[in-house]
Design a protein around this ligand. Structure first.
Ligand code: NAD
Length: 239
C-alpha cells in the first residue's frame, strides 16, 4: 500500500525539499503551509507536481482539528513549519507567537495525527525539525531557540510515550541550510563567511541534504530508532 506522507511547512524551503523527495520515492504526499505567497507560488511551480498542496496555519487549533478530521491515512508526519522573527522576539507577543508556531504547531499536528499514525500498517513515524539552536543559545533569536529546544525535548518525550502505540518519533537538526528563512544571512557576505568558517564541510546545506535524513528516519531502515535528534549540519555541532 502506498505510504501517505504529511509535511507541514511543505510549501517552501526544507519542507518543500522533503515533500518532493517523498514524492520522488513513490509516496503520496500532502504538503501544508500558510496561505499566501509561498503556497500560491508552489501551486504554480512544476517542482510540486503530484503533491497535494493545502493551506493550514498550525497555530490555529480549530483549523488543525478540521484538517485532521479530513484525513483517512497518515503513515509519516513531518513537522517542518517554522518561523523566525529575530530581535522582535524580545517582545512578548512575538515571543509567544514563535513558540506557538514552531513548538505548539508541532505538538498540535502530532496529537491530531496520532490515531492515524498508530493505525499505520507499517508503523507510524514522526520526524520533527529541530535546529542547531536546540543545542546552542541564540542571543538574537530567543523565541526561536526556546522553541527548537522545546522541539528536541518534545521529540524525546513523545518517542517514549508513543513507542507502545507503534509510533517512532525522531527529529532532524539542520545546520545552516539555504532557504528563504536564511536568505538575509546568505546575502550578507561577511556573515555568510562566518557560517562557512564555522562549518567543517564549508558549504551551506540544501533542502535535499535534510530530506535524505528525513526519508531515512521515516523508513524501515530506522525501525529501531526513536527519540533521536540527528544533526544534518556538515559537522557544525561537532566543532
Ligand atoms: P521557509 O521560510 O523556507 O519555510 C517555512 C515554511 O513554514 C513555509 O512553508 C511556511 O508556509 C510554513 N509556515 C510558517 N508559519 C506557518 C504556520 N503558522 N502554519 C503553517 N505553516 C507555516 O523556512 P525553512 O528554512 O525551510 O525552514 C523550515 C523548518 O526548518 C523550520 O522549522 C525551521 O525552523 C527549520 N530550520 C531551518 C534551518 C535553515 O537554516 N534554513 C535550520 C534549522 C532549522
Amino acid at each position: 500500500m502506498t505510504r501517505q506522507i504529511l509535511v507541514s511547512g511543505g510549501t517552501s524551503g526544507i519542507g518543500a525539499g522533503i515533500a518532493q523527495a517523498f514524492r520522488d520515492a513513490g509516496d503520496a504526499v500532502t504538503a501544508v503551509g500558510l496561505a499566501g505567497p509561498d503556497l500560491d507560488a508552489a501551486a504554480k511551480d512544476p517542482a510540486f507536481r503530484g503533491i497535494d498542496l493545502k493551506p493550514l496555519d498550525v497555530s490555529d487549533q480549530a483549523a488543525v482539528d478540521a484538517f485532521a478530521a479530513s484525513l483517512t491515512q497518515v503513515d509519516v508526519l513531518v513537522n517542518c513549519a517554522g518561523m523566525i522573527r529575530r530581535m522582535a522576539e524580545y517582545e512578548m507577543p512575538t515571543f509567544l507567537k514563535v513558540l506557538d508556531v514552531n513548538l505548539g504547531g508541532t505538538m498540535r499536528l502530532c496529537l491530531a495525527c496520532k490515531d492515524l499514525l498508530a493505525q499505520s500498517g507499517r508503523g507510524g513515524a514522526i520526524v520533527n525539525t529541530a535546529s542547531m539552536l536546540s543545542f546552542f543559545g541564540g542571543p538574537a533569536v530567543p523565541a526561536y531557540s526556546a522553541s527548537k529546544g522545546g522541539v528536541m525535548q518534545l521529540t524525546k518525550s513523545l518517542a517514549v510515550a508513543w513507542a507502545k502505540d507503534g509510533i517512532r518519533v525522531n527529529a532532524v537538526a539542520p545546520g545552516w541550510i539555504a532557504t528563504p528563512l536564511t536568505q538575509a544571512l546568505q546575502d550578507d557576505a561577511a556573515r555568510s563567511q562566518v557560517i562557512l568558517d564555522r562549518t567543517p564541510m564549508a558549504r551551506w546545506g540544501t533542502p535535499a541534504d535534510v530530506a535524505k535524513a528525513v526519508l531515512f528516519l521515516a523508513s524501515d531502515q530506522a525501525d529501531f530508532i526513536t527519540g533521536a535528534i540527528l544533526p544534518v549540519d556538515g559537522g557544525y555541532a561537532a566543532m
